[in-house]
Write a protein that binds this ligand. Sequence first.
Ligand code: FO1
Length: 308
Amino acid sequence: MNIVVLCGGVGGSKLALGIYEEFPGESVTAIVNTGDDLELFGVHISPDIDTVTYTLAGLVNESSGWGLGDDTFRALGMLERYGHVGWFHLGDADLATHLVRTEMLRNGATMTEVTQFISQRLGVTATVLPMCDEPVRTRVRVADGWLAFQEYFVKRRHADTPFAVEFSGVKDARMSTPVLRALEVADIIVVAPSNPVVSIGPMLAVPGFRESICDARAPVTAVSPFVGSESVTGPADALMRAIGGESTSIGLARHYADWIDRIVIDTSDAPAANDIRDIAVACDVTNTLMRTREDKRHLARFVVEAAW
Ligand code: FO1
């Protein structure tokens, strides 16, 4: 079976891990958002790709959900001595990943090639694919202007009310052959409970991406990141409102309705299931909170079996 999962960083990588562990004999491909990428001190950082890769490799920092476990921050401390404010916490070992990526990109490799190299070196047997090879940068408009995504998210701790979101460069992005092929041969496409606006949104904005999913023979199942009217983690609720949507599973079903077949919502939202079915989206109910390894594996199996 070919299982494809569309995901962003922390939330998405948990479900990707559940699928990877629960279906060890199957081919698993994670298509990952790169709209959060940034350049700092001349290095290319791809937070969502690294979060997914480190998670699947069993190397992620379990308490934050990003970065490497047991990393140290001596380089960051030294940068601070040179007067740089270390608002983006780059670990020493993590820095090696960014150095390798930057060097390979400078030598002409694509993001797809770099990502494959890094994930293979870290022992990941799933395929991790960037959503595209071209640079796409998510920007968020707040009261005092447009912010690069990580400035909004990390530097200002997503405390500003967002009013609009854009994916700079996306018009020039193209579907890569591996992404096209993965969607074509998929037996099931899972949309992880990642931020619908800034994690899944950039992928859908890549020209041809939405059409390729609609043309795919695989059923498409999304897991809702909302429980009640709040997102499980991060600012998905505020960002849904910024694009005129509603921050509930019903709002998500409406937002995704034209390209998904099915949505999985949390048990505590069970009363919303019939309203979702009225939007012509099939709906299943289970525990979607992924606190433990067993939770992740349960959700992975539930999602795959519900679609089949
Ligand atoms: N998230 C934070 O909240 N603070 C950080 O300082 C931070 C550093 C960081 C470094 C490398 C990396 O791969 C991810 C990092 N993240 C950090 C996570 C990241 O900003 C977000 O979780 C994603 O971009 C949202 O999906």
